[in-house]
Structure formats: structure tokens, C-alpha cells
Write a protein that binds this ligand. Structure first.
Ligand SMILES: [Mg+2]
Length: 263
């Protein structure tokens, strides 16, 4: 089956967690946008999609017309943004939110309290390591995200915190006891995303199918956390063709291969 959509997890798939994509990946995505719809989907906020993906593509010469083939599935696809090409000049205001499914205030409160309690009990509440103004628990509207060392911590420090996911697995296990009505997924290097059941990448991909009017067979997905319990696993479970990568370099190799047969 010919693929029409290339869909990507972001952290550790398109970039080094929390940093902008490299010029190499930006250039590959631009070239791919001439042949495919490009759909990044991740737990990040909209602003981070601009910083990590859109701005580096602009730096590498993406044209507004090409951006109409970039579809941003924000907060695991519970929010969807498209670029409306109104002139030859890029304008950040032309990003339009197509839909949004936020959590309620009570849900946000319950999840935040549950994660904090679990992390404190286990000795993984690292408040003293936070940089000024940073926070461990962040309300991302459609999900609540725990970042053990905050958003501003250095990459190396983050890698070293929980390389085998064991700390986060323990936090998740305790959260499930305290508030089983939510789902908890491990992602990035220090993160846990809490969502209402079904508001995971399956939700996002289901909406992607609907919005882009494509079938599962027409999508190729790239992710680094495709193992059971990982935040890319719901996509695998849906039966969508998936390429598991270790990092953005693996993704780069795969995209070169795809372009080699597309151009
Ligand atoms: Mg990832």
C-alpha cells in the first residue's frame, strides 16, 4: 500500500528530547512535505511544536505552501493545528486550531495531587533540583505532565535520571493504585503523561485518520517508545505500520531511504 502520511513522535524520534530538530532533519522533513502529509504527534504543547519543529524548518527555507502539508497533533493529538497559507510570507498567526479536547479542572487537580503524592512517597520528588520558575507538574490542557527535573533541566542530567525507566515505572504503579481512572504513560527522558483513558496516541491517530481522510494502511509512523507501556505503543496496537527508532539519526536514515524512492 502506498503511504500518504508520515507521522512522527517528537522527542527522541525527530530530535534530542526537548531540543529543536537538527538542520538535517528539518531539510528532510521539508523534502518529504512535497510527497507526503507530515504529522508530528507528541505530548508537547503547541509552543514547543513551533520551537522544536516549525522554526527550524523555517530556518531551512520551508515555504508557506509546504507548511500546509504539516499537521500538528499537539498533546497526543487531543489538539490539532493546521497552517493556512494566506500569503507568500510566513505568519505564526496563520496556525489554526482545528479541534481541542481539554481535561476538566477537577481532573487536572486529581492527577496533579496523585502524581506528587506518588513521587514524594518514593523519594523521586526532586523539587530542590528545579531551576527558578520551573515546575515538575505542568497542565498541558489535554494532559498533565510530570517532568522529574522540570522543563529547564539540562539534557545530560535528564538522561541520567531514569535511563531504564524504572523510577517512572514505580511512580506509575503507585499512581494507578491511587487514581486508577486515569492512564499514565512514560515518555521522553523524565516524563510521565497522565490522561483520561483513550486520550493517548490512539485518540490522536484516530482523529488523524478522520481529518486527513486516509486509511491506517496509508500511514507510516516513527517512534522510539513502541514497547508495551511506552507512549508510542497505542499506535502499534492500532495496526499502523511503525518504524521503531533509537534516535533522530535512525529516523534520518529511514527518511533518506524513503526519499530515495520518492524523488
Ligand atoms: Mg519519544
Amino acid at each position: 500500500m502506498t503511504k500518504k502520511v508520515l507521522s512522527f513522535d517528537i522527542d527522541q524520534t525527530l530530535n534530542i528530547a526537548k531540543t529543536p530538530i537538527t538542520d538535517d532533519i528539518a531539510e528532510l522533513l521539508i523534502r518529504c512535505s512535497d510527497y507526503y502529509e507530515i504529522c508530528p504527534i507528541s505530548g508537547q504543547k503547541f509552543d514547543q511544536f513551533l520551537i522544536q519543529i516549525v522554526n527550524p524548518m523555517l530556518d531551512n527555507g520551508v515555504k508557506p505552501a509546504q507548511l500546509t502539508h504539516l499537521h500538528l497533533f499537539v498533546a497526543q493529538g487531543t489538539q490539532y493545528y493546521i497552517y493556512e497559507n494566506k500569503s507568500d510570507k510566513y505568519d505564526e498567526k496563520n496556525w489554526k486550531q482545528v479541534y481541542n479536547y481539554p481535561l476538566t479542572d477537577e481532573q487536572v487537580k486529581k492527577i496533579s495531587e496523585t502524581i506528587e503524592k506518588s513521587a514524594r512517597e518514593l523519594g523521586y520528588w526532586e523539587e530542590d533540583k528545579l531551576q527558578p520558575g520551573d515546575e515538575i507538574i505542568e497542565n498541558r490542557l489535554s494532559q498533565v505532565t510530570f517532568s522529574a527535573l522540570g522543563q529547564k533541566a539540562g539534557t545530560e542530567e535528564k538522561y541520567a535520571w531514569d535511563p531504564d525507566c524504572k523510577k517512572r515505572e514505580k511512580i506509575v504503579a503507585r499512581c494507578k493504585e491511587l487514581a486508577p481512572e486515569f492512564d499514565y504513560e512514560i515518555g521522553g527522558t523524565t516524563s510521565i503523561n497522565a490522561i483520561t483513558p483513550g486520550m493517548n496516541k490512539e485518540f490522536g491517530m484516530t482523529h488523524l485518520l478522520e481529518e486527513l481522510k486516509v486509511t491506517k494502511d496509508e500511514i507510516l509512523y516513527f517512534g522510539d517508545m513502541t514497547q508495551p507501556g511506552g507512549n508510542d505503543y497505542p499506535v502499534v496496537q492500532m495496526g499502523i505500520d511503525t518504524i521503531t527508532v533509537r534516535n533522530h539519526e535512525d529516523t534520518g536514515y529511514a527518511l533518506r531511504g524513503i526519499l530515495g524512492v520518492s524523488e
